[in-house]
Ligand binder design. Sequence first.
Ligand code: DGY
Length: 323
Amino acid sequence: MVKPKVLITRKWPAEVERQLQGLYDVTLNEQDIPLSIQELKTALQNYDAVLPTVTDPMTSEVLMVENKRVKILGNFGVGFNHIDVDSAKSQGIVVTNTPGVLTDCTADIAMLLLLMSARRGAEGDRHIRNHQWTGWRPTQMLGHKVTGKTLGLIGFGRIAQAVADRAHFGFGMKIIFFNRSAIAQEIIAKYQAVQTSTIEEVLSEANFVSLHCPGGKATHHLINEQRLKMMRPSAHLINTARGDVVDSKALIKALKYGWIAGAGLDVFENEPNLDKDFLNMENVSLLPHLGSATEETRIAMGNQVLKNLSAFFAGEEPEDRVV
Ligand code: DGY
């Protein structure tokens, strides 16, 4: 039997690439260079399955290309706002993602950024490396205490709940959150959390605000100038969701003019070309989209794509089908 042709758009953990090679006629991206729009279009014309990730803009233009062979996009990642799902649907292309397996590691990165921002971790590291440290002082580099403070979560899905778990049970934090739909009472009770009816309530009450909503049109610049001004001047904003959920220009103003105390960012508008103004600010902690970046999680993500592909090519419904 002829094996389905599969393209992996970026370099994956070797053990998952090997497994895929055992099952399909696989093309790897050894150089790990992102595909151009034209290369993505050609991929859809030449492969049965394309396995894209967050760096591949599967736009309407790409998905509408003529003479397609592709039947499934097995996305490597939970977020799929880089895939125009309406176009995929209209073209009869199945789309799957990898929920669940990156929950803990992404929640860890949110806590890491929260702590870095509150306790000025990255700034302290720079201080030492720049040979500026003259020794301990009672008033040197004072940050904000985390234990017992209020954490506000925007979105309360798997990752937000894992952050709540760490913050509430590890740091005794009070949890308030905004989520579009109602959350089960037993989950709310577990964290002694409060679900607010508006985003604004979270922003004005929380000492730390962590974003956990999906990217896309509906959440584009959800955190804008007006909403940043509603936050406490001592508050910190953490973003491990998607860069364009926050208006970067507005955030830069907020950090510069003291509308908020700090921010911790793992995701950016127009990655990797983030706004250069961030680079010159001490009160923002920056990470290069590391949310799911552990060996264990990246292997698990690859295995999950593999599981979805196997189901699809066996004529079954893939577990993580989003389209
Ligand atoms: C995702 O899965 O959506 C992350 O942003 C990349 O792991």
